[in-house]
Design a protein around this ligand. Structure first.
Ligand code: ADP
Length: 495
């Protein structure tokens, strides 16, 4: 370890103060073999798309073309749904729960065995730091398969004497922020309950979902139980509107979620939506402030703010507002922005050019509307899509940056005087996915948390997940729950 005086290994030095810098510690990239081209995974095999079309997937940290993947048109979606229907009728719905469980356990174990491969691929394709993909995404994905494997033969106990039946074919559409984890959140409970699946990953991050298909082959999962169709919004719309799909599970933007809800209204399809968020992190004056600031940083900057439950609004009690602001300013200077494959990196690349442009535009709006901008002075790599850790003070509740989901490392800081005002500010949003409370008093956080209209409220921590805990939103953050025993309801019909 050396004391740094200039930029090193893509981890530029903060201009205002010297920081202790680590030697480069890149994870070996060659652990994962990326094919030059991927077909669609239908009926247990990779097949060429009937559409004849492919599209590239890039690494957002280098703009390097990693591979090209098939684009599924209406006919391809139809083949995938047919394969899922056949597997449902002929094998999966009839299989005893304890047999289904064995497949889920096997998938979980294989994910653990190949976890480094998955972590490297996730960071390459999505831009997130390897520390996050290695320590959060991949272990949690395996944990979801383990957890739901445990439920597969105990479903009648989950519904207290009522008989749960699978729904049939589940169409699942996921976003780019946690590609493998979102796929696992969706696939594991669906399979545990006896459904079969057609899943569409996001267009910018298809690679770990496709690697997961190799695991399905290794685990000898019966053909057609899970089918993977890569493509864009049009592919997703074909899946949503397919007449032989019984259930749609969607995670993504509120705008697309509303469109999906409209297009299946009146059909027999069951729907769960996990949409946007504008979470408030609330710091009371009695909180352990250093710990709170660390939690705020974890909640908005790690993973580039690419989390629907990101703590993108910070509400600070007025008496500690200046202290928190100072600590935050110092802390963002110390965050290391750079190569996602380096184990010392705190903040990786923004997932795509389109997302980067959106973050830039919303940040510009923040400045134009009169809020004060604070940004880390770090130097960004020349290639790829990057954004400095940023926060705004002098923010009014009417400002766009206090209302709109930015989905980037940008925090809006406001102050409050009383718990009533804090609750009112925290709930003053069209979303209701998550929130955080920081106080040393147990009675205070319990009382305060119960006033927040959010699916999850973390106390003295943030962004903590467990497969046994349900996750989902209020208001325009969607409906239905994923995870835990609640997550089984989304994939069953109870008699
Ligand atoms: P984000 O803003 O996070 O990219 P989107 O809602 O645009 O979120 O995308 C989330 C997922 O929804 C992606 O897999 C995308 O391809 C898919 N998608 C986009 N538009 C539609 C649509 N009209 N119908 C179904 N899926 C869609």
């Amino acid at each position: 370890m050396t004391k740094l005086t200039s930029s090193v290994n893509g981890h530029p030095r903060a201009a205002s103060e010297p920081i202790w810098e680590y030697a480069p510690a890149p994870e070996a990239r060659n652990i994962v073999k990326i094919q030059p081209q991927y077909g669609l995974f239908i009926n247990g095999q990779f097949v060429e798309p009937q559409s004849g079309c492919y599209f590239p997937t890039l690494s957002p940290s280098s703009e390097e073309r990693l591979s090209e993947v098939a684009w599924a048109g209406a006919e391809d979606v139809n083949s995938a749904v047919q394969a899922a229907r056949n597997a449902y009728e002929s094998v999966w719905r009839k299989m005893p729960g304890k047999e289904r469980a064995k497949y889920l356990f096997r998938i979980a174990r294989l994910l653990q065995e190949r976890s480094r491969e998955f972590a490297v691929l996730e960071s390459l394709d999505g831009g997130k730091p390897i520390r996050e993909s290695r320590d959060v995404d991949i272990p949690l994905a395996a944990a979801h398969f383990f957890y739901y494997a445990g439920w597969a033969d105990k479903l009648e106990y989950a519904f207290q004497g009522r008989r749960p039946e699978p729904l049939g074919v589940a169409g699942q559409i996921i976003p780019w922020n946690f590609p493998l984890l979102m796929a696992s959140w969706k696939i594991a409970p669906a399979l545990a309950c006896g459904n079969t699946v057609v899943l569409k990953p996001a267009e910018t991050t298809p690679l770990t979902a496709l690697l997961l298909c190799e695991i399905f082959q290794q685990a000898d999962l019966p053909p057609g139980v899970v089918n993977m169709i890569t493509g864009d919004g049009e592919t997703g719309a074909h899946l949503v509107n397919h007449p032989d799909v019984d259930k749609i599970a969607f995670t993504g933007s509120t705008e697309v979620g509303k469109r999906i809800q409209r297009s299946i209204a009146g059909s027999r399809k069951k729907l769960t939506l996990e949409l946007g968020g504008k979470a408030a992190n609330v710091i009371f004056e009695d909180a352990a402030l250093d710990q709170a600031v660390e939690g705020i940083v974890n909640g908005i900057y790690f993973n580039q703010g690419h989390v629907c439950c990101a703590g993108s609004r910070l509400l600070v009690e007025e008496s500690v507002y200046e202290v928190v602001k100072r600590k935050l300013k110092r802390r963002i200077e110390l965050l290391r922005v750079g190569d996602p494959l380096d184990k010392n990196t705190d903040i990786g690349a923004i997932n795509s050019k389109a997302q980067w442009e959106k973050i830039v535009a919303l940040t510009q709006t923040g400045v134009e509307e009169g809020a004060t901008l604070h940004q880390s002075s770090c130097v960004l790599p020349e290639r790829g899509y990057w954004f400095r850790p940023t926060f705004f003070t002098e923010v009014a509740v009417s400002h766009t940056i206090a209302r709109e989901e930015i989905f980037g490392p940008v925090l809006a800081v406001l102050s409050f005087r009383t718990p009533e005002e804090a609750a009112q500010l925290a709930n003053n949003t069209r979303y209701g996915l998550s929130a955080g409370v920081w106080t040393e008093k147990g009675s205070k956080y319990l009382a305060f948390a119960s006033r927040l209209k959010a699916g999850v409220v973390w106390c003295n921590t943030y962004n903590k997940f467990d497969p046994a805990s349900p996750f989902g939103g209020y208001k325009e953050s969607g409906f239905g729950r994923e995870g835990g025993v609640h997550g089984l309801s989304a994939y069953t019909r109870v008699g």
